[in-house]
Design a protein around this ligand. Structure first.
Ligand code: TYM
Length: 328
């Protein structure tokens, strides 16, 4: 079966971009693929984290992923730090990646421009991400558009590793980016993607926002003055973002939807209604799950055991290929 692997950081609250750009596809993949999903807590440590907040977010993100539809019986859901093979393969990926290619990563450039303290981990982050993917002999990586460059790097590293080893040790993965919803933009600053950093609370729809907050944020979304509804992300980023949100939430094509509106007001009202409808069942399931931390912990422990059995076999293969001796 084709293996699908992806990850998400517990570095902030889950937002509509994460859901429409990635998680919707994860939920589908678990029925058609051998699906493995990871809460990448080690990646979150590349920027400063409060330990208590990180702990809380890790549990609540796991509960939210299950509430979104991930079924621990149908997929493997685990925590990155529970599977030590990730950091062990990451070292070998750091020795496979060049300083130049890591320096060209746009996410590193963006994040380091804003960070007060630029950790070495922030720089080598894409090598750890490559390790996450390559450990599971991954065929496809369902992600939003902002991860495209990182997945391309993972491909390059796998190919380079294989060519140096003179054999196909690592599976070369491909990204899968949804046709609609891959780049949900901030509602207040539609030139920027919606993001987990709390810099633009009014521009970000959180999966746990109540219906009133969602309506208010969408109603106040920045559009433009000409009142023409057209899907054109370059010229009309705000309106196009609303069309993408409505399209991704209802499974329709944003350009076709544009033809059904001649004013912004009704488009905003329909987008808000579609988002509220999409999130209501997730919020209801989450409210039940998050109280049951025992179940969440046990899901993560079972997931880690399953993940480890695959990861340890890959790591042993990789160690052998580079000439490391097996440990006793
Ligand atoms: P993260 O945690 O920032 O985001 C999780 C997923 O959500 C997608 N996403 C978006 N999609 C559409 N519009 C947006 N505004 C938006 N914002 C985020 C992301 O593309 C992602 O798919 N480096 C990764 C985590 C990671 C990973 C991996 C992913 C670590 N190891 C291995 C895949 C495979 C990240 O920070 O995603």
């Amino acid at each position: 079966m084709v293996r699908s692997f992806s990850g998400i950081q517990p570095s902030g609250d889950l937002h509509l971009g994460n859901l429409l750009g990635a998680i919707t596809r994860w939920v589908q993949d678990q029925h058609t693929h051998d699906a493995v999903f990871c809460v990448v807590d080690l990646h979150a440590l590349t920027l400063p984290q409060d330990p208590a907040v990180l702990r809380e977010r890790t549990v609540s993100l796991t509960a939210l992923l299950v509430a979104c539809g991930l079924d621990p019986g149908a997929c493997t859901l685990f925590l990155q730090s529970h599977v030590p093979e990730h950091t062990r393969l990451a070292w070998l990926m750091e020795c496979t990646a060049s300083f130049g290619e890591l320096s060209r990563m746009t996410q590193f450039k963006d994040k380091s421009a804003r960070a007060e303290f630029i950790s070495a981990g922030l720089f080598t982050y894409p090598a750890l991400q490559a390790a996450d993917i390559l450990l599971y002999d991954t065929d496809v990586v369902p992600v939003g558009d902002d991860q495209r460059q990182h997945i391309e790097l993972a491909r390059d590293l796998a190919q380079r590793f294989n060519s140096r080893a003179g054999q196909d040790v690592l599976v070369v993965p491909k990204h899968v980016i949804p046709p609609v919803g891959a780049r949900i933009m901030d509602l207040q600053e539609p030139g920027n993607k919606m993001s987990k950093s709390l810099e633009s609370p009014q521009g970000t729809i959180l999966v746990l926002d109540d219906p009133k907050a969602i309506e208010k944020k969408i109603k106040r979304a920045v559009t433009d003055a000409d009142n023409e509804v057209r899907f054109d992300p370059e010229a009309k980023p705000g309106v196009s973002n609303l069309l993408s949100i409505l399209g991704a939430a209802t499974g329709r094509d944003p350009s076709a939807l544009a033809g059904e509106y001649d004013m912004y007001g009704p488009l905003k009202a329909d987008a808000a209604e579609a988002v509220v409808e999409l999130l209501a069942p997730i919020q209801a399931r989450y409210a039940e799950l998050v109280r049951d931390t025992g179940t969440i912990t046990s899901i993560l422990h079972t997931g880690a055991a399953k993940a480890r059995s695959v990861a340890s076999a890959t790591l042993a293969r990789v160690h052998d290929a580079v000439g490391l001796l097996p440990p006793g």
